[in-house]
Design a protein. Structure first.
Lengths: 198, 461, 246
C-alpha cells in the first residue's frame, strides 16, 4: 500500500520537532475598533466590486430595480427581498438548472476590510454553485459584520462546521491575456455589495 | 505536452533572446507584476513578521508532516471524503483514470493544478482515450497551443494577445484578427460554460489542506474551480503532500500572503473551503508524494517544500524574466523550479541550479522565506560531486584552484600574460569566448596592484 | 587598529586603481593598512561553479595571509561575502571563524567601523549607483527593494558626502547586472541582456558614471559600455570617495 510506504518515508525523513509560532501577535497588530466600512469600500471597489451603503432593504430594492430589468431570472437567499425566487425553495433542483440565472442575491455575516472578501457558507448560498453560475451576484452584509483582517475573520469563523464555505472578494476576473484585467471570466460579471448601516 | 528536450536552459534562453523586443516585453510584463506585489506588501507594516510566521508554521508542518497527514486523512474521511495515496506520478494518474472509467466518464474539466503538470496527467489520460479540458483561461490557451504553462500563476504570460487571437480563431471560432483581451475572454467564457455544464467529473488542485478540520482550500480569480467542482458528480482534488497546514486559523496567515505575493491583489476573488461533498456527490483527494518525502530528507533542500506556489520568485528573477519559463524545461520554472527539479532527476535538470546569478531577490520575495538562492548554490555543489558536470569544466576548475592556491603561480603570469586568468571567462582572448559576443574584455593595466604596492614600498625605503 | 587590505584577484590584475584608491582613502582616514603580499583569491570562482570542495587550498592561503588583524577590508562586496559565508578550514576553523567575523566590505567598514561623517572629496558628475547583489542582499550594505523595511544605503550615504556629485535615480534600483561569475559565459545570452538593460537604465537617467562597491559588476557593465562606444564610464566607489577635483 502506498499510504504506509509514503507515511513511513515521511516519518523517517522529517526532522526534530519545531514549535508552532504565536499568531496572536499578528492579530493584535491588525485589530481595530473603528468602523471598517470606509476601508472595506476602498478595497472592494479597487477589486471591481460595486459597494453601496444602504439604510434598509427598501433601499436595496430600489437599486436592484434600477440595475436589473424586470423579467430576468433572479434568485434571492434573503427573506426580506421576497419578490424574487427564494433560494431556499430551489435547493433540490439540479445545479445545472441555474445556468440561466441573471442575478443571485445572498447574505453574508462576515466581511474583511483589508481585502474586500465576504464569507459565505453553504447555508447562506443555499446551493453551492449559485454564487458562481449567476451572471451577476449581490451580497448583503451589515456594517457591524466587517472585521479588519483575515486573523479576525478566522477567529469569528472559529470551528464552525460547514460543508463548504468561500471568501468572495469581487467579480470573476482574469488577467491571463497580457496581464490586462478583464472582469467576467467564468463566474459572475459583477459583484454588488450592499452594506446595511442601520 | 511536456517540453521534452535535450536542450539546456542556456541554449533555450539563447533562442528566446534572439527576439530582443519580445524579451523586453516579457521582462517588463513580469516586472510590472513584481511592482504590484511591492505595492501590496508595503501596505502592510507587519509584512516581514507575516512572512516569518508563515515560514515558522511551515517549519512546524515539515517537522511533523506524517502526523498531520494522518490527522488530515482521518478528518477528511470523517467529512465523507475519499482519500487516496499516490507514491509517484504514475500512481496518481492511474487513480484518476480508474475513478473516471469506473463511472463510465470519458471527459473531465480541470482547474489549475501544477501537480498534474508535474505528473503529466493530461498526456496520460489522452493516451487512454480520455478528454481533459483545462478551465483556467491561461491554461486553456496553452492547452490549445499544445504547450506547457510557462509560469505557475500566469500560464500564458509568454504569449501575445495577437497569438492568442489566432489560437482562438482556429479552435474556438473567434473572428480572424481579433485580439482584444475582453472579447477573447468572453469567447473562452462561452466555450467553458458549455464545458462546465456537460462534464460529470472535475479535477482541481489544492492550495491548502487543513489537518485540524480535513477541509482543503482552493484559490482562483476566475471561479473556474468552483464551477467545475460544484456541477460535477465527482470532484477529484490532487494535492502534493506538503500542502498541509495545521489549523484553520493559519489560513489567516497564508491567505494574506499568497495573492499579495502572486499578483499583487489583497486576496484572490474566490478562496473556496471544501469540507464535505454535496448530497449524492463525491469528493476524492489524492495525496501525492512523487519525490517529496526524499526532498524532506535532504536537510539542505527540505525548505523548498514550504513553497505555496505564488510565483513571486519568477516575477522578480531577472533570469526568468529574460529567458522565459519554457527555457527551464520542467513543469515548475524559475528559481523555485530550479531547486525542486534536481530532486526528481538530477541529471536531466543539472543545468537549472546554474541558471541563476545567485542575486538573492527570489529569497527576499518568498512569502514563506525559502532560502532559494542558497539552495541553488548548494545544488551546484551536489551536482558537481555527483558527477553531472562536463569533464572540461572540472579540469579547468582544478587547474584554477591550483593556481589560486599558490602565490608563486599566481604572480608568475606577469603583466602581459596574466596567467591567472587563463581560466577566467572574461579574460580569455578568444573569438570563441562567449564573453566577447556582447562585451569588451577588460583592459590589462600597466601593472597589477601588487606590483604597484611593491614599488611604492621600495620608494619609501 | 591593524587593518589588512584584501585585494581580490581580478581587482589586483585588472583594476589596480580601485585598490590604490582604497588604500589611500583608508590611510587618509588615519588607518594603518597592511597588504599581505601572498594573497590571491577568495575561492569564489570555484565555489559558485559547484567546486567548493576544491577551495581548501585557497582557504588555507587566505587564513595564512589574513590572520591576526583587527579587520580585513576589501573593495568588493562579492568577495567579502564569500569569505564571510564560506571561509572554512579543517585545520584552523577557529582562525577561519575569526576572519569571517572581521572581514568588511569597504563602504560598510567606513560607515559602521570608522563612522565616517565627512569626506574631503569632490566629484562633479552625475553618478548612477549600481547595487551589487552580494553587497546588497548578502552583506546588506543597502536596503533591499523587496523588503518592507526602512531605506538606507551605506555607499549612497558616503557618496552624498562628496561635493558636486549628483546621484541619479534608477527605474530598477537593485536589479542584477547579470555577471554572476561563470554565469556570464555559461548563460551568455541572458547575462549580456541583463547587463545591457542595467546600462540602459543608468544612461536613461543621465548618469555620466556608474559606480558600485563591486568591481565584478562594473567589469561586466564596462564591457557592455565599451562595446557600445558609450561615453559613460564605470568607476569604483573608492575612486570617487578618494577623488578631489577642484
Amino acid at each position: 500500500m502506498s499510504r504506509e510506504k509514503i507515511l513511513a518515508a515521511v516519518k523517517s525523513n522529517q526532522f526534530s520537532h519545531a514549535e508552532l509560532p504565536n499568531v496572536d501577535i499578528l492579530d493584535a497588530l491588525t485589530a481595530s475598533d473603528v468602523s471598517q466600512v470606509k476601508q472595506y469600500t476602498t478595497v472592494a471597489t479597487a477589486g471591481g466590486s460595486f459597494v453601496y451603503e444602504v439604510s434598509d432593504f427598501d433601499a436595496i430594492k430600489t437599486i436592484l430595480h434600477k440595475e436589473f430589468k424586470a423579467g430576468v431570472k433572479i434568485i434571492s437567499g434573503i427573506k426580506e427581498l421576497d419578490e424574487y425566487t427564494y433560494a431556499g425553495n430551489v435547493v433540490d433542483e439540479l445545479a445545472h438548472s441555474f445556468a440561466d440565472v441573471e442575478l443571485t442575491i445572498l447574505r453574508s455575516f462576515l466581511g474583511v476590510a483589508e481585502n474586500g472578501a465576504l464569507w459565505l457558507t453553504e447555508t447562506q448560498m443555499n446551493v453551492r454553485v449559485l454564487p458562481f453560475i449567476s451572471q451577476h451576484l449581490a451580497i448583503v452584509i451589515h456594517q457591524d459584520d466587517l472585521v479588519p483582517a483575515m486573523g479576525q475573520a478566522y477567529a469569528k469563523i472559529g470551528n464552525a462546521d460547514y460543508g463548504y464555505g468561500a471568501f468572495i472578494s469581487g467579480p470573476s476576473k482574469t488577467a491571463d491575456i497580457e496581464q490586462s484585467l478583464v472582469i467576467g471570466a467564468q463566474g459572475p460579471r459583477s459583484l454588488s455589495v450592499f452594506i446595511l448601516t442601520t | 505536452m511536456s517540453n521534452v528536450t535535450e536542450k539546456s536552459h542556456a541554449e533555450l534562453a539563447a533562442a528566446f533572446n534572439k527576439d530582443e523586443p519580445r524579451v523586453d516585453w516579457h521582462d517588463e510584463t513580469l516586472w510590472w507584476v513584481r511592482q504590484k506585489r511591492d505595492i501590496q506588501a508595503h501596505k502592510l507594516p507587519e509584512w516581514e513578521l507575516l512572512r516569518e510566521t508563515a515560514s515558522q508554521i511551515k517549519n512546524n508542518v515539515l517537522s511533523n508532516l506524517s502526523g498531520y497527514l494522518e490527522q488530515f486523512e482521518a478528518n477528511a474521511i470523517k467529512n465523507g471524503v475519499v482519500v487516496h495515496w499516490a507514491a509517484d506520478a504514475a500512481e496518481h494518474n492511474k487513480i484518476v483514470h480508474q475513478l473516471l472509467t469506473e463511472r463510465g466518464i470519458n471527459r473531465m474539466v480541470k482547474s489549475k493544478s501544477m501537480l498534474t503538470e508535474e505528473c503529466h496527467l493530461n498526456e496520460y489520460l489522452k493516451e487512454q482515450g480520455l478528454d481533459v479540458i483545462d478551465s483556467d483561461l491561461g491554461e486553456r490557451i496553452v492547452q490549445l497551443a499544445g504547450e506547457p504553462p510557462s509560469h505557475i500563476v500566469l500560464p500564458c504570460i509568454h504569449k501575445k494577445k495577437e497569438e492568442i487571437g489566432d489560437i482562438f480563431h482556429e479552435h474556438l471560432g473567434s473572428a480572424k484578427g481579433e485580439s482584444d483581451p475582453k472579447i477573447l475572454t468572453e469567447t473562452a467564457r462561452q466555450h467553458l460554460r458549455e464545458v462546465f455544464l456537460t462534464r460529470r467529473a472535475a479535477l482541481t488542485g489544492v492550495n491548502f489542506a487543513i489537518a485540524e478540520t480535513g477541509e482543503f482550500v482552493i484559490c482562483t480569480n476566475e471561479g473556474n474551480a468552483d464551477m467545475g467542482a460544484h456541477l460535477a458528480e465527482i470532484h477529484i482534488a490532487s494535492m502534493g503532500l506538503e500542502k498541509i497546514i495545521p489549523e484553520r486559523k493559519h489560513l489567516g496567515i497564508f491567505l494574506r500572503l499568497l495573492t499579495r505575493s502572486a499578483t499583487g491583489q489583497p486576496i484572490t476573488t474566490y478562496s473556496s473551503h471544501f469540507k464535505k461533498p454535496q448530497e449524492n456527490k463525491q469528493i476524492h483527494i489524492i495525496i501525492v508524494d512523487n519525490g517529496r518525502s526524499i526532498q524532506l530528507g535532504r536537510e539542505d533542500f527540505r525548505n523548498s517544500l514550504k513553497c505555496i506556489r505564488c510565483g513571486a520568485c519568477m516575477n522578480t528573477c531577472p533570469v526568468y524574466r529574460k529567458s522565459g519559463g519554457h527555457s527551464y524545461h520542467t513543469a515548475i520554472a524559475g528559481p523555485i523550479g530550479s531547486i525542486l527539479a534536481p530532486n526528481l532527476d538530477m541529471k536531466k535538470y543539472a543545468d537549472l541550479p546554474f541558471a541563476s546569478t545567485l542575486c538573492g531577490s527570489c529569497s527576499n520575495v518568498c512569502p514563506v522565506k525559502i532560502d532559494i538562492h542558497d539552495q541553488l548554490y548548494k545544488w551546484r555543489q551536489v551536482i558537481v560531486k555527483e558527477g553531472y558536470t562536463p569533464t572540461a569544466k572540472t579540469i579547468a576548475m582544478k587547474a584554477m584552484a591550483i593556481t589560486l592556491s599558490s602565490p608563486a603561480l599566481y604572480r608568475s603570469g606577469g603583466k602581459m600574460g596574466r596567467l591567472v586568468f587563463k581560466y577566467a571567462p572574461f579574460a580569455v582572448n578568444n573569438k570563441l569566448n562567449p564573453w566577447y559576443k556582447h562585451r569588451e574584455m577588460p583592459k590589462a593595466p600597466e601593472e597589477s596592484f601588487g606590483e604597484w604596492y611593491n614599488k611604492r614600498k621600495e620608494g619609501k625605503k | 587598529m591593524k587593518v589588512a587590505l584584501f585585494v581580490p584577484c581580478y581587482v589586483d590584475q585588472f583594476y589596480p586603481k580601485a585598490a590604490i584608491a582604497t588604500l589611500e582613502l583608508l590611510e587618509k582616514l588615519g588607518v594603518e593598512v597592511h597588504y599581505p603580499k601572498n594573497q590571491t583569491c577568495c575561492g569564489q570562482p570555484m565555489a559558485n561553479s559547484g567546486y567548493e570542495h576544491l577551495t581548501s587550498g585557497c582557504n588555507n592561503l587566505f587564513i595564512d595571509n589574513f590572520s591576526g588583524y583587527d579587520y580585513v577590508v576589501c573593495p568588493s562586496g562579492s568577495c567579502t561575502l564569500h569569505i564571510k559565508e564560506h571561509l572554512h578550514s579543517s585545520e584552523n576553523e577557529d582562525k577561519a571563524l575569526a576572519i569571517r567575523k572581521r572581514v568588511y566590505e569597504l563602504t560598510e567598514f567606513l560607515v559602521d567601523v570608522l563612522k565616517v561623517e565627512h569626506l574631503e572629496a569632490r566629484f562633479p558628475y552625475k553618478v548612477g549607483l549600481h547595487n551589487s547583489c552580494h553587497g546588497l542582499r548578502g552583506l546588506k550594505i543597502s536596503q533591499m527593494s523587496e523588503l518592507v523595511a526602512p531605506a538606507f544605503s551605506k555607499p549612497g550615504q558616503l557618496l552624498n558626502m562628496v561635493q558636486g556629485l549628483e546621484l541619479v535615480p534608477l527605474s530598477r534600483q537593485d536589479d542584477c547586472c547579470g555577471f554572476g561569475g561563470t554565469f556570464c559565459v555559461v548563460e551568455e545570452a541572458v547575462s549580456s541582456k541583463m547587463g545591457i538593460d542595467r546600462v540602459e537604465d543608468h544612461i536613461e537617467h543621465g548618469a555620466q558614471y556608474i559606480t558600485s562597491a563591486d568591481l565584478s559588476c562594473l567589469m561586466h557593465l564596462e564591457g557592455i559600455l565599451r562595446r557600445q562606444n558609450s561615453d559613460v564610464k564605470v568607476i569604483h566607489v573608492a575612486e570617487i570617495l578618494n577623488h578631489y577635483q577642484p
